[in-house]
Design a binder for this molecule. Structure first.
Ligand SMILES: C[S@@+](CC[C@H](N)C(=O)[O-])C[C@H]1O[C@@H](n2cnc3c(N)ncnc32)[C@H](O)[C@@H]1O
Length: 481
């Protein structure tokens, strides 16, 4: 494994790799690890100064990894072996190769072609406060939060990616020896590389998701004094914001964006900034156990069914879940699944609503059911399902107090991050949102139960109820009888 380098060697690396810092240095910042600190007073009196300039050839994008694979045939074999790789997998393989391999030049038997990243990777922290790297004890803190399932699912994905890497390396002697002989790397290393990618990559307009050396030392603030941009020739620059100043010794920060919820911030970066975090919670939506079409619905939907609850200032809680409408209709309502044969003899599952093939628009079931006579009844089913889900999550959050005694305080100290405090913030923010969502869903449910068509359907009036099938009754299991 490449050995870590002390950060005071970074100026030598920047000189060799044409990275220019002007007015800032990398140093320790209280509670945030490394960060940028102004080394003189910075103002925009003569226009916003450029504080950092990174040349295009040091930027690590999917395209850069592709170019590298053209030079290093051993790496190309690894990349191709992984199959239809995403930018994330391509960049992670590149990082892993440089993390593990001693540099040696393309022709070298032992090493891989060296790049600015061969050394730069040695400045990256080996301890990152993202939950995928927490100990099992620390992960217990997440019980009752939306991250409980998400982190477990992510860990399972990391294990399966790592197993796949091990399988394909079995046919690639160089990688087999470098990565797996004597368990040289383990799934923990793969998780570390994933955490580097998640916490340090950013989206550039042209290069796409990329890792930019040195710029990835910039910490987040809700009142940032700098921003980055990609120039037309692919350089990346960090610039002081107009109207901003920084005195010598002040931290220079950027914004990581306001689009992430508290859970997403913790998941991606290992901290929560209350003032920037979006008020949102994402919950997994399990299909109804009594639904005979549950499997077909999940298959045709093709992704994990989720519900996203969002609270916008002054607008209450709204929810978004394309799957929940599909989940709440059944054969008796006009839903049908058919296995169709294509020209090549393959079989494909298609979904029909009122005899129309809606396979390509399953995300749009809300509009598909809109014109149906039983629309309000479907709406009631949806609201009831969501209310049960939200209530169960709230109950779980409330009944899962932070297990102080189970928590390994020493590992918390070692990483310098107070996970207890962070999880308490997450829990508090999520409970507050869930409480408002429960109240709002109860109101919607009550309003729907007053509607004539719903009352007739449920037999709550003198009028003759529309005949219900057993499957419909099953669908209504949420308790609104
Ligand atoms: C892009 S890196 C920034 C450089 C990093 N501090 C380092 O030591 O290499 C992002 C990481 O910095 C830390 N960080 C950034 N902004 C922070 C903040 N406002 N509060 C706490 N930690 C922060 C988190 O650990 C995050 O995962």
């Amino acid at each position: 494994m490449s050995t870590p380098l002390p950060i005071d060697v970074l100026p030598t690396w920047t000189r060799f790799n044409n990275v220019e810092l002007d007015g800032i240095q990398v140093g320790q910042v209280e509670g945030k690890g490394l960060g940028f600190v102004a080394d003189r007073d910075l103002t925009t009196d003569k226009g916003p100064p450029t504080l950092l300039k990174i040349p295009r050839d040091a930027v690590l994008s999917a395209e850069a990894v592709g170019d590298y694979a053209k030079v290093d045939h051993k790496f190309r074999q690894l990349l191709e072996g992984m199959g239809h790789e995403t930018p994330r997998i391509a960049i992670m393989l590149y990082l892993l190769a440089h993390y593990r391999a001693p540099a040696g030049g393309a022709g070298s038997h032992k090493g891989i072609a060296s790049t600015p990243w061969t050394e730069y990777i040695r400045f990256l922290p080996r301890q990152i406060p993202t939950p995928t790297l927490w100990t099992e004890d620390e992960r217990l803190l997440l019980r009752g939060t939306s991250l409980e399932k998400a982190v477990n699912a992510k860990l399972a994905t990391l294990v399966s990616e790592f197993d796949h890497l091990r399988e394909i390396s079995a046919d690639l002697p160089f990688w087999q020896s470098l990565l797996f002989e004597g368990n040289a790397i383990t799934v923990k290393d793969w998780a570390l590389v994933d955490a580097w990618y998640r916490s340090r990559s950013l989206e550039l307009p042209n290069a796409g998701d990329s890792m930019v050396p040195c710029l990835d030392m910039a910490n987040h603030s809700d009142v940032p004094n700098a921003y980055y941009e990609e120039t037309s020739d692919g350089e990346v620059v960090l610039v002081l914001r107009p109207e901003s100043t920084a005195s010598s010794g002040d931290e220079v920060t950027i914004s990581y964006g306001a689009a992430k919820s508290a859970a997403e911030m913790l998941f991606s970066y290992g901290f929560i900034d209350r003032s920037t975090a979006k008020e949102e919670i994402t919950l997994a939506l399990d299909p109804l156990a009594s639904d005979p079409l549950a499997q077909a619905k999940v298959h045709i939907y093709g992704r994990s069914p989720l519900v996203r609850l969002t609270r916008a200032k002054g607008e209450g809680v709204s929810w978004h879940s394309p799957f929940v409408y599909l989940m709440c209709v059944n054969e008796e309502d006009g839903l049908e699944f058919k296995l169709l044969q294509d020209k090549a003899g393959g079989r494909e599952l298609r979904v029909f609503w009122q005899d129309e093939d809606v396979t390509s628009t399953v995300d749009d079931f809300e509009s598909h059911v809109q014109t149906h006579d039983l629309h309000s009844v479907f709406q009631l089913r949806v609201v009831s399902v969501l209310q049960q889900l939200v209530e169960a999550q709230l109950e779980r959050a409330r009944s899962s107090p932070i297990p102080e005694q189970e928590h390994d305080a020493s590992s918390r100290q070692a990483s310098g991050v107070d996970y207890l405090r962070i999880v308490a913030t997450l829990r508090e923010m999520e409970c507050s949102l869930l409480e408002e969502a429960t109240a709002s869903l109860a109101e919607q449910q009550a309003a729907l139960l007053l509607q004539d068509d719903v009352r007739v359907y449920l037999g709550l009036t003198e009028d003759v109820p529309i005949e219900k099938s057993s499957a419909q009754v099953a669908n209504e299991e949420p308790d609104f009888s």
